[in-house]
Design a protein around this ligand. Structure first.
Ligand code: HEC
Length: 214
């Protein structure tokens, strides 16, 4: 643990990211039903199996969410890919999210509205979805992909890296995909949220709600 959080007085971005990473790494033991099915001969449900096959083929999810983490990190596992899928504004689904994403860090045509591909492990526990929480259910997320992301829904996303064509998924196929994502749920012990947050010199920050929705 010390290796990742050096004992220096100054708080840097590296400290914050390593602390958050260490905290999150506690959650995944890679023992979801999907892992058991892959690593042992324990069968997974027929619907989850059908969903995994769709995930890897017709629904094209695995072109961005790589097995086995189901995020955008690929060997040598140091960086994530950023993709442009045209996520709408959380309040007005007819407008593109105003968050420029990776563009804020590295301004270039291809980074505009690009976001890190998040992991789908335990996604059933992590609503709302996308960088701005635009979608509340996995069904809404799948419907979004099925209609070709933001561009497929008529938003102007000239650099979208997701195909704007419909995936032509049936309701059964959508349910299978959801069943597959549920098979990535691990038996996690949830911690209680803190009763209060540390006070800040910035008075506005002291109005933030504990475990509130932002
Ligand atoms: C072109 C790349 C790409 C493809 C293809 C893709 N995704 Fe994603 N996915 C992303 C990116 C990027 C994000 C994060 C977007 C954001 O934060 O705004 C994401 C986020 C998600 C999330 C939300 C995760 C969270 O915790 O917020 C889910 C669920 C998801 N994708 C499921 C799928 C499924 C199911 C498919 C196939 C139907 C799919 N994705 C295909 C790139 C892709």
């Amino acid at each position: 643990m010390l290796k990742y959080t050096p004992q220096e007085k100054e708080i840097t971005l590296e400290h914050i990211t390593s602390a958050v990473t260490m905290y999150y790494s506690k959650f995944s033991k890679y023992d979801a039903p999907f892992d058991e099915a892959i690593n042992t001969s324990k069968p997974v449900s027929t619907v989850a199996k059908a969903g995994f096959n769709l995930f890897m083929s017709k629904a094209q999810c695995a072109t961005c969410h790589f097995v086995p983490q189901f995020n955008g990190v690929k060997p040598p596992f140091v960086n994530s890919e950023f993709e442009v899928i045209g996520v709408p504004d959380a309040k007005n689904l007819h407008r593109l999210s105003s968050d420029l994403g990776r563009f804020e860090i590295n301004a270039a045509t291809e980074t505009r509205n690009a976001f890190r591909t998040g992991s789908l492990r335990n996604a059933a526990y992590t609503k709302p979805y996308m960088h701005n929480g635009a979608f509340t259910t996995l069904k809404e997320v799948i419907d979004f992909y099925d209609t070709g992301g933001g561009a497929g829904r008529g938003l102007v996303v000239p650099n979208q890296t997701l195909s704007s064509d419909s995936l032509h998924l049936s309701d059964i196929e959508k349910n299978n995909l959801i069943a597959f994502m549920m098979s990535l749920n691990e038996n996690i012990t949830f911690e209680n949220f803190p009763e209060k947050l540390p006070l800040s010199k910035n008075k506005n920050w002291n109005n933030r709600k504990v475990a509130g929705e932002y």
